[in-house]
Design a protein around this ligand. Structure first.
Ligand code: ADP
Ligand code: MG
Length: 591
């Protein structure tokens, strides 16, 4: 194949523009991204070689080499992983394959308001990957040969990061990929072994493969006035720990290492709110390292998007986003699960059926819920009753530092957590304890708070759902509750109606929508009120009959009510019927 010129997919061109203009404050992440690609490529080779050991071509020791050339002004990241064919280079380095990218790009570029830093954070969250090389390079050359292909079937891909890239055929005896960055004028600092080592130590220490750099030693100047310099020795040394972070004992891992590992696997810029690292032994053996992020990713509500948990089997990477490992309502959690028992060739289909996976999933759900309970317990005044099993060993800061974290979590992910009421029957009670609502008496109210404040004789937890909090707050259906000083939970999340439908009671106290049925205030009504009600019902009988006749196509019944104080009338639905709110939602959805 002679030299071919290709254009980048439109989204790539946009992304490149953003990368070079907005990620400037965080330049050094380019190395993290490229080392992580090199490591992924080695993981892929190891995985493919499970079925075809010939792919190792007699060289099974996988590694990443980072080097630099002062004269040519290049930094090179090379691996002996799976490599790319020419077509793969064109496809993978010229287009963005990930779903949702288009939406994301239009959001980024459409919003003129977002400043460069915000865009940088958004992009970082999304993970720019390979293209981050262009933050420091004005030209990138990639030379590669796919494992198992002939030396003559190598490829050279090169681009200046504007609209297009060139691809040509080369001969490359060694398997794998070298990414050569031709540095921009202002990126001199990376032509320095100490600097590169420092960045690798910060971002890539957890990578389980050895990352090698050429050793340097000091050479005295030979002539008078020559101060001497560091020179390369031709000998390579490993500069990272080269053991997967989660396999190390907890006591050997610093807080910062846990945080950097999180950022590396999640592409988040912010530190996580909490994490939990455990080795589980018993019916099935596995290690879990799970994180609660502080910020929702842009695709949290994207269809088919599942938990960001990576599955490893005996330290071999198997797959990303293994949805069998965590249910949808915990899809915000990030982390790694490394099983000692699953077969290495486990497929997605097999995962669904495996007993080991079921045990891992149950264990992971418990772990995430206990982390949340722990955060909730320390959020503020929380009753100590929270936190069912009480044995969280979140390896994060002291209790004080946990303050306010649950509210942050809840603001980002509360609506997702609620889905659990419908999705996870077995943990419904635990999930319900974790929910927080606005109410007529305050913010951040849990069912437990509510129960503790219930009036003497009150027999139900009252709530109202509406499109907005303001609408809920001003609903005429609340009048009698306000008058009697009875707290009502105000719900305005889209999922509330659906989710609450799965919760008949909390801790033995029934939940009652104030918009449904006759709202029997039971013992809360005094005798005089009951009498007045009965008289009114009697007195207005003829009027009600007339109204009922006039409204017969629109209303099923018309009756005297005690729920109103100031308003003359309101609409309610029958107990067990869809509420007005849900009916409206379904109508919007075209049902
Ligand atoms: P991601 O790593 O999230 O898939 P990147 O932009 O970092 O996205 O990389 C894009 C794709 O380019 C990778 O998915 C992979 O197919 C290919 N690629 C990048 N670097 C390498 C490499 N060192 N070896 C083999 N393939 C690579
Ligand atoms: Mg990548």
């Amino acid at each position: 194949m002679s030299k071919q010129l290709h254009s980048f997919q439109a989204e790539v061109a946009q992304l490149l523009h953003l990368v070079t203009h907005s990620l400037y404050s965080n330049k050094e992440i380019f190395l993290r991204e490229l080392v992580s690609n090199a490591s992924d490529a080695c993981d892929k080779l190891r995985f493919e070689a499970l079925n075809d050991a010939a792919l190792y071509e007699g060289a099974p020791e996988l590694q990443v080499r980072v080097s630099f050339d002062k004269d040519k002004r290049t930094v090179t990241i090379a691996d002996n992983g799976i490599g790319m064919s020419a077509q793969e280079a064109i496809d993978h380095l010229g287009t963005i394959a990930k779903s949702g990218t288009k939406d994301f790009m239009s959001r980024l570029t459409g919003d003129q308001q977002a400043n460069a830093t915000e865009q940088g954070q958004l992009i970082g969250q999304f993970g720019v990957g390979f293209y981050s090389g262009f933050i420091v390079a004005d030209r990138i050359t990639v030379e590669s040969r796919r494992a198992g292909m002939k030396a003559e079937e190598g490829v050279r891909w090169t681009s200046g990061g504007a609209g297009d890239f060139e691809v040509e055929n080369i001969t490359r005896p060694e398997r794998g990929t070298a990414v050569i960055l031709h540095l921009r004028d202002d990126a001199d600092e990376y032509l320095n072994a100490w600097k590169l080592k420092q960045i690798i130590g910060k971002y890539s220490d957890h990578i389980s493969l050895p990352i090698l750099m050429e050793k340097e030693e000091w050479k005295e100047g030979e002539k008078e006035g020559d101060p001497g310099a560091m020179v390369k020795t031709g000998e390579w040394e490993t500069v990272n720990k080269a053991s997967a972070l989660w396999t190390r004992p907890k006591k050997d891992i610093t807080e910062e290492q846990y945080q950097e590992f999180y950022k590396a696997i999640s592409h988040d810029f912010e530190n996580p709110l909490a994490w939990s690292h455990n080795r589980v032994e018993g019916n099935t053996e596995y290690t879990q390292l799970l994180y609660i992020p502080a910020k929702a990713p842009f695709d949290l509500y994207q269809q088919g998007k599942h938990a960001g948990v990576k599955l490893y089997v005996k330290r071999v990477f198997i797959m990303d986003d293994a949805e069998a490992l965590l249910p949808g309502y915990l899809r915000f959690a990030r982390g790694v699960i490394d099983s000692a028992d699953l077969p290495l060739n486990v497929s997605r289909e097999l995962l669904q059926e495996s007993r080991d996976v079921r045990l891992i999933r149950d264990g992971s759900v418990k772990r995430v819920l206990s982390m949340l309970e722990d955060l909730a317990k320390h959020d503020s005044h929380e009753a100590a009753a929270e936190g069912a099993d009480g044995v969280t060993d979140v390896v994060s800061e002291d209790d004080k530092a946990k303050e306010g974290k649950y509210s942050r979590f809840y603001a980002e992910f509360g609506a997702v957590l609620k889905e659990g009421l419908g999705e996870d029957f077995g943990n419904r009670e635990r999930i319900a304890r974790l929910l927080r609502f606005a109410s007529t008496a305050g913010e951040n109210v849990s069912f437990a708070d509510y129960k503790a404040r219930m009036k003497d004789g009150q027999e139900a937890i009252y709530y109202i759902t509406a499109d907005t909090l303001a609408a809920a707050k001003n609903s005429p259906q609340l009048e009698v509750f306000k008058k009697k000083g009875i707290e009502v939970l105000l719900m305005a999340d889209r999922v509330d109606e659906w989710a609450l439908g799965y919760l008949q009671d909390f801790d033995g106290t029934p939940l009652q929508s104030v918009a449904k049925g006759a709202v029997d205030l039971g013992k809360l009504q005094d005798e005089a009120e009951k009498k007045a009600f009965d008289e009114a019902a009697e007195q207005f009988k003829p009027l009600l009959a007339k109204l009922k006749e006039a409204l017969k196509d629109k209303a099923e019944d018309v009756r005297v009510t005690t729920r109103l104080v100031d308003s003359p009338a309101c609409l309610v639905v029958k107990d067990g019927d869809m509420s007005n709110q849900l009916a409206r939602l379904l109508k919007q959805a075209g049902q």
